[in-house]
Every structure is written in C-alpha cells, then in structure tokens.
Design a protein around this ligand. Structure first.
Ligand code: SF4
Length: 260
C-alpha cells in the first residue's frame, strides 16, 4: 500500500470540505507514525516500533507556525480558515500538547484572531485534565467515534493499551464536553480470522446512535475510506448509504457533514 505521511511540521494549507482552508500542524514524527491506536484503515499505515520516535520540539513547532503567520501578513502565503492539529498520529500524545495549544492561541490572536483552531483526536487522552482543558479552549475539538460496540472497537481501532475501551471514551466525552464535534469513519472489513466488521449494519448503527444521543454532538462528520489502507479487504461505503445514515442522525436533531 502507499502510505500517506507528512514530512513537515506545518503542511498545506489544503482545501477541506470539512474545515475550509486548513493549515495542518503535525506534532508527530516526520516520516513516521506515532499513535496509541493502530486503526486498520489508517492512511499513515501500521504503527512501527517506538524506539526512534523524535517529536518536533515545542520551539520548532511554534517558530514554524510564527514564520507561516508572518508570511501571511506579508501576503506571501494564503490565510487559512483554520489551523488543524493532525498529522502522523495522535496529536495529544505530544508531551507539550497543552503548552503548544496555549501558545498557538496567543500567536494566532496576535496576527489573525479570526483563524480557528481544530484538533483531530481519537479522544483517548480525555482522562487527562490538561488535555481536556486544552481541547476546551479551541474552536473545533473533533473527536473520533467509529463504533460503540466493544469487540468492533478493538478490531478496527486496535488500541495499543487494551485497558482503553470505547465505553470509557464515550463517558469521558460526555463528562467533559457539551456538544462536541464527532467524526466517524464508516466502512466494512473482512478480517483474516473470519471476523466481519460493518458499522453500517442495523445493530451497529443502533449502538452508535445511542452513544450519539448521550453525547449530543453539535456536528457529526461522516466519511468513508478515501485512501489506501494498511489492512486488505476494507470496503468503502457509498454516498447513498452515508446520506441515509446522515438523515437518521439529523432526525435526532444533530447536524451532519458527509464527505464522500
Ligand atoms: S487514530 Fe488516527 S492516526 Fe491513529 S491509527 Fe487511527 S486513523 Fe491513524
């Protein structure tokens, strides 16, 4: 498979249907993935060993960001709608994540207060007060929830720490966030051991809807597989089905955004 990895701290900006013009910030290693999940569909590929993980320093991140903002101010670079923390893994795993968020808020407010900040996170670090507080300070904390069925969660999100479970993740979301943004990847997968995953079937959707009703999201971002996946036998969900799921979610009073 071809692996999609970022080789810079600051990347883009790219036009995103979900976020507008988005300037990416990669707090993870360059050329290498670092995540506490190992999702079967991850476009960054499978996790490698964690022996030679070198994360960009807080200073490197902030000086790169400041340089970019200065270049916007002098009309050398386009102004993004949003600064998005994403990249080669899980951004909240960076040890200086909270400091970096605080400084990014101050920095962008000096230049362009209207630029929003988003973080794409798998929500596993919502047991840490500092991470929760940092995510609450930004405009768009976007929290992953692909399934509310425990066995499916272990199969597809593949957490490294098997003590993490999706019930606790949803409890943490509900306990700490009012109306967060949820993002969900819908797909089907056939595992080598015979396990069949399909988070679009009736049972899976009913469990997922029950979690959404508890979370009461301000927006649910729905999408399916768009790039190569590390696991074979992963199947994309067509737009009609995504729209059908979206309509059901909207019938509960939650907004959705479908990305084909
Ligand atoms: S949480 Fe994101 S970065 Fe981590 S394995 Fe899953 S898709 Fe990849």
């Amino acid at each position: 498979m071809s692996v999609f990895l970022f080789n810079e701290i600051i990347f883009g900006p790219v036009r995103s249907r979900r976020l507008g013009l988005s300037l990416g910030v990669n707090l993870l290693p360059l050329h290498k993935k670092y995540c506490n999940f190992n999702c079967v569909y991850c476009e960054c590929g499978w996790n490698g060993d964690n022996k030679s993980i070198i994360l960009p320093s807080k200073k490197e991140v902030l000086s790169s960001l400041e340089k970019y903002l200065q270049e916007i101010a002098s009309n050398k670079k386009p102004k993004p709608d949003v600064i998005t923390f994403a990249g080669n893994g899980e951004p909240t795993m960076h040890p200086d994540f909270t400091d970096i968020i605080d400084t990014t808020i101050n920095l962008k407010n000096q230049f362009f207060p209207e630029i929003k900040i988003a973080v794409l996170t798998n929500a596993t670090n919502l047991d840490k007060t500092a991470v929760i507080n940092a995510l609450k300070k930004i405009n768009l904390p976007i929290l992953k929830l692909d399934t509310f069925i425990e066995s499916d969660f272990y199969k597809i999100n593949n957490p490294i720490n098997k003590n993490i479970n999706v019930k606790i993740i949803v409890d943490n979301i509900c306990n700490h966030f009012e109306n967060p943004i949820i993002q969900t990847m819908f797909f089907k997968a056939h595992f080598d051991d015979g396990y069949i995953f399909d988070n679009t079937n009736e049972n899976s959707l009913n469990e997922y809807f029950s979690a959404l009703k508890r979370i009461s999201p301000s927006l649910v971002m729905i999408y399916s597989v768009a790039r190569d996946t590390p696991m074979q036998n992963i199947f994309k969900i067509d737009l009609d089905k995504l729209n059908e799921i979206s309509q059901k979610i909207e019938s509960f009073g939650f907004k959705t955004l479908v990305t084909p």
